[in-house]
Design a binder for this molecule. Sequence first.
Ligand code: SAH
Ligand code: DHB
Ligand code: MG
Length: 225
Amino acid sequence: MIEHQPAAGWIAVEDFLSAVVVRPDSALKHAVSAALEAGMPPIEVAPNAGKLLKLLVRLSGARRVLEIGTLAGFSTIWMAQGLPDGGRLVTCEYLSKHAEVARANVEAAGLGSKVEIRTGAALDTLAALEAEGADPFDFVFIDADKENNANYLDWAIRLGRPGTTVVMDNAVWEGAVLDPSLDTVNAPGIIGALQMMGEDPRLDGTVIQTVGSKGWDGFALALVR
Ligand code: SAH
Ligand code: DHB
Ligand code: MG
């Protein structure tokens, strides 16, 4: 990945906004500290982005959420907190160590009955969900290996329905979307997914650039037509 070099002012403002407006609860704060203690990378969404995910889940009326890329469950907990009674979230994680930490964090947040963590390559899990005839997902959050972002968008459409909301993290990647030589592993996948959001007649999308503790990045939002 590209080194993040966030400006001090961005982080100070983010901390202020988190403390005054976002107000993550103790379960969310614990999820971040438990991930650090387990030696996992601090690449969860920023608190203000997590809160945005929760609000988008509520605004869209989603009852079934699909997440691709769990890490320690920080974004998982935010989104599950936005679900109504009886709502369900399925999240895909490649690394069993990450999945175990996430499972403990989700349990500690009191959300174990709503959240299912599936370990393995997300492309395999997504195919399994289709084979099982899973009910359509109302909301999909894509935040795993960037090389597969366009594939994950396609799966979001296949496993969704007209009206499904799709959010994709890391849509700007420190500006590498303009210069893929900055990260030849991840940038092409991000650019491909952005082009798909713009061109695919099944999607209607936009991207918001973000700065803060996670550097210079972006949140892409699309509606399945
Ligand atoms: N959404 C999380 C952060 C996810 S970080 C949050 O905001 O809290 C990206 C995660 O995707 C990592 O845990 C990584 O192990 C996982 N990942 C990477 N490649 C994957 C794949 N092919 N399938 C599933 N998960 C994958
Ligand atoms: C990485 C992944 C992410 O989803 C993110 O938000 C930041 C960094 C990474 O793989 O380095
Ligand atoms: Mg991310």
